[in-house]
Design a protein around this ligand. Structure first.
Ligand code: ATP
Ligand code: MG
Length: 422
């Protein structure tokens, strides 16, 4: 036997047992997004590298070191998407969806970042992303937050908390940046290598450092919130009022800067205490400058992305037993004639909307019942030679101690529908 080939590091297979939870999240997210008028958009996994350089920013972690970038056969530089916002804005501009319009869009799918794989951090991971265009006010920011909060309620996610900040406008951020660089220069000697590198390229990111040795300096750093322009301060105050009205709890975190360059004003993260170091399950904010930066007409916009792997892990921790699939009936078929006839009964049941798996591996009653049990079905329908000759079938509950019953084949569909209450 030759050596088996393994998956690319940090890229996971999602096996059927785990997918039950994934599908529940996807279903609930679909319902919640629809309840707020968001519509799905599907976008390519590959874009021109230039798109990410211009949107996410040249000196961000993603563009500097995390992208899967390669030249295609024409020598064009392409990158696997590390996030969805840039592609969504590109598509919006290209298809004329943004100018003078209101759009509420969502997408779901894999993203790719060449990071060090660890719990909650993978090289292929999945996001559900939401982007809304054409609405400048804090009402939209509040809508996005309320929508995510509704999704947590719908999924019964516990242990998740909202952090909120405002990054102001590029102008007030530039002024604050000078102040911060001055402050950090004074403490240059204690900065680590990463922070020294960021000091002049992207100093706000120093505030995001996880290095425990820097936490004191970061705590005492001047706060951007104290240097907001009046409009941004008003926007933030109004957002807080809207969240208070809706009873959404949050903590203002002046150190929350987010890893991408394109944010303006509101930024937020939903963080869980149950996930270890990779604690953020959902992050987003406003990015009023991005559409113009990518060649469109100035369009206010805001959005968020939730990390499926982290959310699913949180749900799996809360509820260790994965919810089973949807299978209702397992057909136990003893002998060739029963197999042949059973296949037809199964087809008729499926016509009636019942989900049925037929045993196709044969063997004894005992081994088929073992498989029936493992299938997760609620009931087994048993057919052997004797039943077949008499026009009967047996129904056995696989999950309760209900007595086994023998009934006429003609009444099977009705009986099962009653039992399954469908
Ligand atoms: P982090 O600080 O954890 O690296 P980020 O700020 O880079 O996160 P975003 O670009 O805001 O992440 O992506 C939104 C969400 O996608 C994150 O909050 C997280 O839940 C998820 N996510 C991001 N990168 C990864 C990854 N490599 N593996 C799994 N999930 C991820
Ligand atoms: Mg990251």
């Amino acid at each position: 036997m030759s050596r088996a080939i393994q998956a690319v590091r940090g890229m996971n297979d999602l096996l059927p047992d785990t997918l039950a939870l994934w599908q529940r999240v996807e279903r609930r997210a679909g319902e919640v997004l629809q309840a707020y008028g968001y519509r799905e958009i599907r976008l390519p996994l590959l874009e021109k590298t230039e798109l990410y350089v211009r949107s996410i920013g040249q000196v961000t972690d993603i563009v500097e070191k995390e992208m899967y970038t390669f030249e295609d056969r024409n020598g064009e530089s392409l990158s696997l998407r590390p996030e969805g916002t840039a592609g969504c804005v590109r598509a919006g501009i290209e298809n004329g969806l943004l100018h003078n319009q209101i759009q509420r869009l969502w997408y779901a799918g894999p993203m790719f970042r060449h990071e060090r794989p660890q719990r909650g951090r993978y090289r292929q991971f999945h996001q559900i992303g939401v982007e809304a265009f054409g609405m400048p006010g804090p009402e939209l920011d509040a809508e996005l937050i309320l929508m995510s909060a509704r999704l947590w309620r719908s999924l019964e996610v516990r242990d998740v908390a909202l952090q909120l900040n405002s990054l102001g406008t590029p102008t007030c951020r530039a002024r604050y940046r000078e102040l911060l660089v001055g402050y950090l220069e004074e403490h240059r000697t204690v900065l680590d290598e990463d922070s020294l590198r960021r000091l002049h390229t992207n100093p706000l990111r120093v505030l995001d450092s996880k290095n425990p040795a820097l936490q004191g300096i970061i705590e005492r750093a001047p706060s951007l919130l104290d240097h907001l322009d009046p409009e941004s301060a008003g926007h933030f105050a109004r957002l807080r009022t809207l969240l208070d009205d809706a009873g959404v709890q949050y903590a203002v975190n002046p150190r929350l800067v987010r890893g991408l360059d394109y944010y303006t004003r509101t930024v937020f993260e939903w963080v869980s205490g149950a996930l270890g170091a990779q604690a953020t399950i959902c992050a987003g904010g406003r990015y009023d400058g991005l559409v113009e930066q990518l060649g469109g007409r100035t369009t206010p916009a805001a959005g968020f992305a939730l990390g499926m792997e982290r959310l699913v892990e949180l749900l799996a921790q809360q509820e260790p037993v994965a919810c089973s699939g949807q299978l209702q009936i397992y057909m136990v078929l003893l002998g060739g004639p029963a197999q042949r006839h059973g296949a037809l009964i199964a087809e008729r049941l499926r016509d009636d909307g019942v989900s049925v798996e037929c045993d196709a591996a044969g063997g004894s009653l005992k081994s088929q019942l073992r498989r029936a049990d493992r299938s997760g079905a609620a009931y087994a329908v048993l057919i052997g030679d004797a039943e077949l000759a008499a026009g009967l079938v047996s129904i056995k509950s696989l999950r309760t101690d209900e007595a086994q019953e023998q009934i006429a084949e003609g009444s099977l569909a009705q009986m099962l529908k009653r039992k399954l209450a469908c």
